[in-house]
Design a protein around this ligand. Structure first.
Ligand SMILES: [Zn+2]
Length: 450
């Protein structure tokens, strides 16, 4: 039998254990943010630690990033002169949101129609068990790994990643030839993809003031400008009639990779059946992965309850801008700021605060790691792999690529578009999980031969 069909069989036999491990992890509500019990986060950390040891990792230990939750680290040395692969996933999860929106309780893993439902089933506990099963496929097959392995399972990815500042302080722990981030997935199950670009982002708070204090809108309304209306006029001018960002200097990039099927996308986005998709002629994938997107994520204004007949003196909005992966987020936010100044109506006073940016990421895809990964996906899925992007950023990719400019970074996983990550009824397709485990095992095999 060939190595690949051996691995295929071994992986298949390992899946019941992998699914058990996944259920065990999903049943722990490891929400790493204020207002949720820390004990659950620690319980998930210790469970992960034990699972790593059981899978054969050595030097398994908890790392304590400053101000963060523990990350779990382990290693398995490879044969001499073989590359080192760093595996990454995270064990913290988003809060469940309203329980009544879930078909089954979020922390009671339930299988339906080949999918496992529960918070974290996909994002990103599927990544943890994928890594464990990948390692087991060798331990229980030939007994040894073809390359050196390091693994880090982060504990606070969903809120403020503390690993981002820990890595530059301890570079030797994380140094690798290839980094595998299993916290993503294909658009459609069974159609393999590599996520080769991530949009950058920028955010700022804009404050518009027209009055020293609120005034009666009957007595003064008409000639006296209202700050809230001024802010609304500004916000309303930021998009054209097709919903495209219209700010001179913020022009979209081109997209060359895979397309996004419209029906599945509408469903995943929970778009109302009557609502339009935006963008005019631009394809969904071009908009999502190579376009700008701007929205207002919060506003300060008087609540309806207790409404008074007043002209509003001051209004604030928090604006978030997504930036094409190959464009400079710093430059984009500077253009946005200047534009906001230029469009402020009525000589109102404008103050911009709390501005921050996160650069996008474009993977280097021409090295041995990517060649091995494409070959592995082709074999595991029997389908030609495609490149996709992601509209959201993963700050860790920037930290890793700055720290280890030579390393190749692979982003994939079992989180397909229907996985509903961060929403109710999050789930993972268990066959897809098996395919990604096989792809990872074949990848390690392939990489050792290059
Ligand atoms: Zn994630």
């Amino acid at each position: 039998m060939s190595i690949s069909s051996d691995l295929r069989q071994t992986v298949h036999q390992l899946m019941p254990t992998a699914i058990e491990n996944l259920k065990q992890l999903v049943s722990i509500p490891s929400i790493a943010t204020e207002g949720y019990p820390d004990e659950k986060v620690l319980e998930a950390a210790h469970t992960t630690e034990e699972l790593l040891r059981a899978a054969g990792f050595q030097h398994v230990r908890l790392l304590s990033p400053d101000g963060g939750r523990p990350a779990i680290y382990g290693e398995i040395p490879g044969p001499p002169d073989t590359p080192t692969v760093l595996l990454y996933a995270h064990y913290d999860v988003q809060p469940s949101g309203p329980i009544e929106e879930w078909s089954t309780p979020p922390f009671e893993p339930a299988e339906r129609d080949g999918r496992l439902y529960g918070r974290g089933a996909a994002d990103d506990k599927s990544g943890i068990v994928a890594h464990l099963a990948t390692i087991r496929a060798f331990k229980e097959g030939t007994g040894k790994l073809p390359v050196g392995i390091k693994i880090v399972i982060e504990g606070d990815e969903e809120f403020d990643s503390s690993l981002a500042s820990y890595i530059p302080q301890h570079p030797d722990l994380f140094k690798a030839d290839v980094v595998v981030i299993a916290d993503h997935g294909s658009i459609t199950v069974g159609e393999p993809t590599l996520t080769t670009s991530l949009r950058g982002s920028a955010a700022l708070t804009v404050e518009v003031r027209t009055l020293r204090a609120k005034q009666h809108n009957g007595v003064f309304g008409g000639p006296v400008p209202d700050a809230f209306i001024a802010l609304c006029k500004m916000i309303a001018s930021l998009h054209d009639e097709h919903g495209r960002v219209q700010i001179p200097g913020l022009e979209p990039s081109e997209w060359q990779g895979a397309d996004v099927p419209e029906e599945a996308f509408r469903r995943a986005a929970s778009l109302l059946p009557t609502a339009n998709l935006l963008g005019g002629e631009r394809s969904l994938s071009a908009q999502l992965w190579a376009g700008y997107s701007l929205n207002v994520i919060a506003v300060d204004m008087p609540a309806i309850e207790g409404a008074a007949n007043s002209l509003i003196d001051v209004a604030r909005a928090r604006i978030n801008l997504r930036v094409p992966s190959d464009q400079d987020a710093e430059r984009a936010v500077a253009i946005l700021k200047e534009h906001l100044v230029n469009i402020t109506p009525w000589n109102a006073t404008l103050v911009i605060t709390d501005s921050h940016t996160c650069s996008g990421f474009v993977a280097k895809t021409d090295g041995p790691g990517y060649r091995a990964a494409r070959q592995a996906l082709r074999e595991a899925y029997n389908v030609e792999p495609q490149d996709i992007g992601d509209g959201a950023s993963i700050p860790l990719t920037n930290v890793l690529s700055q720290q280890f400019p030579e390393a190749e970074i692979l982003i994939w996983g079992a989180e397909d578009l229907a996985a509903g990550i961060h929403g109710p009824d999050e789930s993972v397709d268990l066959k897809e999980l098996e395919r990604i485990v096989l792809a990872q095992a074949l990848f390690l095999q392939q990489l050792a031969q290059r």
